[in-house]
Design a protein around this ligand. Structure first.
Ligand code: MSP
Length: 494
């Protein structure tokens, strides 16, 4: 039976411009969603923006406007980016949406048996929006390594979630792959992190320290901790608790997050779900970080890569290609304009663009554009499908390129243009030429099918050109060569 599926992405803070790291979340989720839909499943795909917390409040203050006015003006950059990368999301949530806020207040009430009041004295990183233990703060010499900012010393009354009550259940769920953390080494890393148990989590802040958040029901002096608010989006966006349709989709099949926020998704979030009596998500796809030229992207260094610029210069399919294949799905990756452009010119323009143009050209020339009986592509794609199931999208698209290369090789070896010269002179030549061209079309259609999740526009183009029985000419070159960032002295000038 075709099941209803649900995939989620981390909701970014809207206190800056989107960068390629944010786009990666959307892209990975989109590849999975398109693959599942291609296989006949209905997929719900959530995205959204995280709009509360100190970080946002501080930015709004800098801009001299109210936080809500600030997020109204910035969230749209993220939604536009989702559209621009071609993400086929079905739902978009802002944590400032009234439905979300009311639902989170309901969640708070429902978690009451596990909430208690206590006082906190210790360290907080505004960048992470997280409390850190004395041990961690000392190990990092008082400065958060991810945000390069000193921890703040806090002393305040907070509400706590008794996450410790769920240590055994959460540990067991992760160990047994009930929540399957992909890749396996992240699962081990997380189990190691919680080997002494889950710690209770502070889930509110006094209003005087944090005014920009969802009010705690029944306590006008307290505001909810931004992670409790943000994690809830995964269920509020599908209608929890008031629209029963959420039950058709929860538990999520896959939740896509970066490694920096795995601990919230593998610890606090399952504890919240257990406290609510809800099922645990099935898989957590933990991707790595993208660096730029070997260093972490940072505004100070000035090496932040804007996805909009990449897409404007090279097109969305080139963007999707590089980030799905050359950024390893489950490990850290690196972006440079040179690497990007070289992959574009050699692998998209040369390998893929050429073979499409070449086969279409030969059929037009030798068969007046008429495509004969096309055999099914016969390439064994088990490795591709296994990689897709294992959430190793980079490996899956590698398989497609192996196939593209072998098709190019086949054409080089068989030399249809030589066979064409023999047509009318040798009796077998015409049939042989047709067979070669039809085999090539069969392979290209299969390549088109396999590219649907990755490069939807190119896949559609391949299908349009080759699937109707006669060649449908394309407008322009598929991937015109671009030399803007090359270091090759022999390359043509841009
Ligand atoms: N708001 C929280 C997430 C709440 S989810 C309930 C947050 N926001 S974020 O803007 O900092 O990050 C959003 C996503 O982008 C995360 O999955 C994060 O890992 C990812 N990335 C941020 N920088 C990244 C790179 N440089 N490379 C790859 N992904 C990165 O955390």
């Amino acid at each position: 039976m075709n099941k209803k599926l649900y995939i989620t992405t981390a909701i970014p803070y809207v206190n800056g411009k989107p960068h390629i790291g944010h786009a990666l979340d959307y892209l990975l989720a989109d590849i999975w969603a398109r693959y599942q839909r291609q296989n006949g499943h209905e997929v719900r795909f959530q995205a959204g923006t995280d709009e509360h917390g100190n970080k946002i409040a501080a930015k709004a203050a800098e801009a001299g406007i109210e936080p809500k006015a600030y997020t109204d003006s910035t969230y749209v950059n993220f939604e536009n980016l989702m559209k621009k990368v071609g993400a086929s999301y079905t739902d978009f949530v802002r944590t400032t949406d009234p439905h979300h806020m009311q639902s989170v207040q309901y969640i708070w009430q429902k978690l009451q048996p596990y909430i208690y009041k206590g006082s906190y004295e210790g360290w907080y990183c505004v960048g992470c929006e997280a409390f850190v233990s004395d041990k961690e703060a000392a190990a990092n010499n008082g400065v958060c390594p991810d945000h390069n900012q000193p921890y703040q010393r806090l002393s305040e009354d907070n509400y706590y979630l008794k996450a410790s009550a769920f240590t055994d259940k959460v540990t067991e769920a992760i160990k047994s792959d009930q929540i399957k953390i992909v890749p396996e080494f992240r699962k081990r890393e997380f189990l190691e992190l919680i080997k002494d148990g889950l710690q209770d989590v502070s889930i509110s802040r006094p209003k005087k320290s944090l005014s920009w958040g969802i009010p705690v029901p029944g306590d006008p002096d307290q505001v909810m901790y931004v992670w409790l608010d943000a994690l809830s989006n995964y269920i509020t966006v599908i209608g929890y608790p008031d629209q029963s349709v959420w039950q058709d989709y929860w538990p999520a099949d896959v939740q896509v997050v970066g490694k920096d926020i795995m601990r919230f998704h593998a610890g606090l979030w399952p504890a919240m779900l257990l406290g609510l009596g809800l099922e645990l998500p099935k898989k957590l796809l933990v991707h790595g970080m993208i660096n730029a030229g070997g260093t972490k992207m940072s505004k100070t260094i000035g090496n932040v890569v804007e996805p909009n610029q990449v897409i404007d210069e090279y097109g969305v399919d080139a963007f999707r290609y590089f980030f799905s294949r050359h950024i390893p799905t489950l490990e850290d990756g690196d972006f440079t304009w040179e690497k990007f452009e070289s992959a574009y010119n050699t692998e998209l323009a040369n390998d893929l663009g050429n073979v499409i143009q070449r086969v279409a050209g030969m059929i037009t020339r030798y068969q007046s554009g008429v495509i004969g009986e096309v055999p099914e592509g016969e390439h064994d794609m088990t490795a591709y499908h296994n990689a897709m199931e294992n959430l190793e999208f980079d490996k899956a698209i590698d398989e497609v390129w192996l196939m593209i290369r072998s098709l190019n090789q086949y054409i080089e070896n068989v030399k249809p243009w030589e066979i064409a010269k023999k047509v009318g002179k040798e009796s077998e030549a015409e049939a042989h030429l047709t067979e070669v061209l039809n085999n090539s079309v069969g392979a290209l259609i299969q390549i088109g099918d396999l590219l649907v999740p990755f490069l939807p526009a190119v896949a559609e183009k391949i299908h349009r050109v080759f699937k109707s029985g006669s060649i449908v000419a394309t407008e322009g070159v598929l991937f015109p060569r671009i030399y803007k960032h090359t270091t090759d002295p022999n390359a043509p000038k841009a």
